[in-house]
Design a protein. Structure first.
Length: 71
């Protein structure tokens, strides 16, 4: 039986940079949405901001540690 794993860190440096850019754009968009609302905090921008921070961390780890790419 083959072992299946989830691969969180991108396999190449180019994909790490792409994920870093996408994560930054989503985070900035979420921050702008949250600061623009006056009444109550919408849930979707908060979830998007948390996901963007996770994407930024994963892509930064892939850039800092090339041996972990694709694992």
């Amino acid at each position: 039986m083959t072992e299946r794993r989830w691969h969180f860190i991108p396999t190449t440096a180019w994909l790490c940079w792409l994920n870093l850019g996408v994560g930054a754009l989503v985070l900035v968009s979420s921050i702008l949405t949250l600061t623009g609302t006056e009444h109550r905090m919408p849930v979707l921008p908060v979830v998007a901001a948390v996901a963007a921070v996770g994407l930024l961390v994963v892509s930064a780890v892939g850039l800092a540690r090339p041996k972990l790419r694709g694992r």
